[in-house]
Design a protein around this ligand. Structure first.
Ligand SMILES: [Cu+2]
Length: 319
């Protein structure tokens, strides 16, 4: 009881001080007011810092043996280049080869994590594909031209960046999906994940995708493929958060080339990535954030390629 009686006037004093301080030092008040008020309430502004690869990931790498030195080669067996597919379901089949050093996509049932492939339809957020032994089904794909991009990833969603790891294919869907109709399996059974809530035996990995069509992408031109972050980040996973992407036909400044990757979080100032590797950002506050990644040429201008080289994603952080 005594403590609450003394705490209340104290916190009032701190807020008053913060307000005074902020108004007195206009123009340079951001850090000061954030620091002062953070003793009574969570910070309302976010200051992100690039930090080194987290120890947690270094430990995971150590436990994986040589896997992180693997040179996986991925091939898209289906859909074939320029294939025309009737109906709204597209079966993705991949062949994985190369110097794998033990790398194999698989979801550990206990942890729900594991090596996986990132599968990207058009420029939608990626889907994770774990069991290459059966096709990954893209469901409700709308009519029109589409692109598919795939690349191998680690349990913590960092992509393999070696030559031959990334593949892209264009295909066309005729007919196409209708989100208002239930999705069905091969045998015509209604799948569990639409409306019924009844579980069916062993559905394939797959996803009811959003409506989208291909950008006018030239696979021989510089292409930035957004990978992470995406979705929701909770607790320990919310700090730091990794930015990771795939880069085709372009070398960044710090790797001896002339391109840069620009990232903008929320309304913050633009920052740059000049080496093709993931970065980890620390200091996120709870709430929704936008992450925008862009590929820039040597003059600092966005490189146009079907609209894919500038991508914004909304993520949510729950701490
Ligand atoms: Cu992933």
């Amino acid at each position: 009881m005594d403590r609450s009686r003394t705490l209340l006037p104290m916190s009032f004093a701190i807020v008053t001080f913060a307000l005074l301080f902020a108004s007195c030092s206009a123009g340079n008040s951001d850090n000061a007011s954030t620091t002062a008020t953070s003793t009574v309430s969570p910070p309302s502004t976010q200051t992100l810092t690039v930090i080194p690869r987290p120890q947690k990931i270094l430990d995971l790498m150590k436990a994986r043996g040589e896997q992180d030195a693997a040179r996986p080669l991925l091939k898209i067996a289906s859909p074939a280049k320029d294939a025309v597919i009737n109906g709204s379901k597209v079966e993705v089949k991949l062949d994985l080869s190369g110097d794998l050093k033990g790398y194999m996509p698989h979801k550990d049932p206990a942890s729900g994590t594991g090596n996986h492939i990132h599968v990207i339809l058009d420029n939608q957020p990626y889907e994770a594909y774990y069991d290459l032994g059966q096709p990954f089904e893209l469901r409700n794909v709308i009519a029109g031209k589409h692109t598919l991009r795939v690349f191998p990833s680690r349990p913590w969603h960092e992509s393999y960046k070696g030559e031959g790891a990334f593949q892209m294919v264009a295909f066309t869907v005729k007919g196409g999906g209708d989100a208002s109709k239930p999705t069905t399996t091969n045998s015509g059974q209604t799948m569990a994940n639409n409306n019924s809530g009844v579980s069916q035996p062993a559905p394939r990995e797959g996803k009811d995708v959003s409506a989208s069509t291909a950008g006018d992408v030239d696979p021989s031109k510089p292409l930035l493929t957004y990978s992470r972050p995406k979705g929701e980040y909770k607790g320990a996973d919310a700090d730091p958060i990794m930015i990771d992407f795939w880069l085709s036909n372009a070398k960044l400044k710090g790797d001896g080339g002339e391109y840069r990757v620009r990232y903008i979080i929320d309304d913050d100032d633009a920052k740059y990535i000049d080496k093709w590797e993931p970065i980890w950002l620390s200091g996120w506050i709870s709430g929704k954030h936008t992450v925008r990644l862009e590929l820039l040429d040597k003059d600092g201008k966005p490189v146009e390629n079907g609209g894919y080289n500038t991508t914004s994603r909304e993520i949510s952080v729950v701490k």
